[in-house]
Structures are given as C-alpha cells and as structure tokens.
Ligand binder design. Sequence first.
Ligand SMILES: C[S@@+](CC[C@H](N)C(=O)[O-])C[C@H]1O[C@@H](n2cnc3c(N)ncnc32)[C@H](O)[C@@H]1O
Length: 252
Amino acid sequence: MPILLALIILLIAAFLIWWLIFETEGVYLGRRAVIALYDLYAHRYDRIKQFDETADITLIGQPLLARVAPQSDPLILDVATGTARLPLVMARMARFDGHVIGIDASRLMLNKAREKIMSARFETFITLLRQDASALPFDDETFDVVTCLEALEFMPRPAQALAEMIRVLRPGGLLLTTIRIDTRWMPDRTFSEARMRTELEALGMRDIEIMIWQEDYSQVWAWKKGAAAPIGPPGLATVLDSTGQIPITYAG
Ligand SMILES: C[S@@+](CC[C@H](N)C(=O)[O-])C[C@H]1O[C@@H](n2cnc3c(N)ncnc32)[C@H](O)[C@@H]1O
C-alpha cells in the first residue's frame, strides 16, 4: 500500500512538473519563470520551432504588406519578438522600406535575435529593446503596425497586454496577433475566437479577421478605428528618445 501511494504521488508530481514547465512554459509560475525558461531555451529555440522562412514570408510578410499598402515603410512594433522571427521576415522582403522595433523580456532570446540580425546585415531595418510587454514605454498612437506572434498567452495578464498594444497603435493602424488553437492546457490564458473578438471590439478595433494559420495557432488581424497619417521610419528617432532606453546595440 505505501508503495502504491508513493507511486501515485510520484505520478502526480511528474504530471505537475510536465504541465507547469513543459506544457505551459512556466505561465502559472509567474512572469519570471516564463522569462527564465526562455533564457534557458534561447539557444535551442529556433531548432525546436523549425520555422519555415518561405511560409513565413507568404503567410506573414506578404499579407502584412498587402494590408498596409500603399504604405511600404510602416513603423512596426513586434511585441515578444523572441529570436526576431517577424523582424527578419519583414527585412527580407524587397518591398519593405520600414523599420521594426522588436521587444522581449528575455535577454538571451534577444541575444540570439541580435546575432541573426547582424549576420544577415539587417541592422538598418531592426532595433531591439529589452522590455516587458505589460507596460510599453511608448506614447499613445506611435506605430503603424503592432504584431505579437505566439506570445499573448505567456503574459501575466494577456488582456492588459493586448490593450497596451492597441494603445500604442495609431488610428487606422494594423494589429496582427495570434491565438492558441488548443486551449485545454492553459485555462484563463488563451482567448477563444469569440472572446478575442469581444476584447478587440471593446478596445476600438474593426474589421477583425481570424484565420487558422498553423497547427497550434490562428492569426488575428484587425484595424484600429479612426485615421491618422502614416508614421514610418522618420518617427523612429523620436520614438526611441521617448523611451529613454538604450537599444541593444549591434556592435560587438
Ligand atoms: C513562443 S515565443 C514567440 C517569439 C516570437 N514572437 C516568434 O514567433 O517566434 C514567446 C516569447 O515571449 C516572450 N515573453 C514572454 N512573456 C513576456 C513578457 N511579459 N514581456 C515580453 N516578452 C515576453 C518570451 O521571452 C519569448 O521570446
């Protein structure tokens, strides 16, 4: 009997560890745990994810530029940029004349991002800042486009993070984010399609499109109501000055 009990306790402990660390990547252990885990896995992140560059260009870069056309030089904020997947997709597109500010809270994910940006010589298209997503250091209505891929569910308060992204988007600006399709293992963190629509509408977004993207995620595209002149790269210096932060430099 004691052996059986010990086995049951061991199994429950193993399940809890699997769920808390591997399946939900630390989200129920707090923000620091999430970032520590991303720091730990940063060197293996790209190998684990095996991103398909061509598919990303077709399913992220091209539709993004098509939606903002005729503007070809949007100033983009990529929240939770990781190893710079979206900034690099944009920089590789011949028609892209804009700039992407990528922010992330994980130092080691950003180090990987910096290595990749430098080796591709895309420094002029991308700036990286170490920054938490829950309180963005930017003025209201600063960006033409805000993106956040595969990350909302890792934020301590996903709805607040979404509100922050929309705050810094200019009227008439474009939002691209994602929702996890399988919501079984992350209660309270993931948005259903219906909840995402309700949240976005309440935050002043229009023309919301939700489409299956890859096995685990749907893409969510939406526009901020109203209209304002495009910002583009000329706004970059002002934006960076206003944060009072030194961007992660590409030198050395
Ligand atoms: C699954 S990765 C996605 C990275 C990238 N967007 C992509 O598509 O490859 C999630 C990222 O969210 C970042 N992250 C998690 N919580 C964060 C927070 N509160 N603020 C900023 N970044 C955060 C992690 O460091 C990690 O780089």
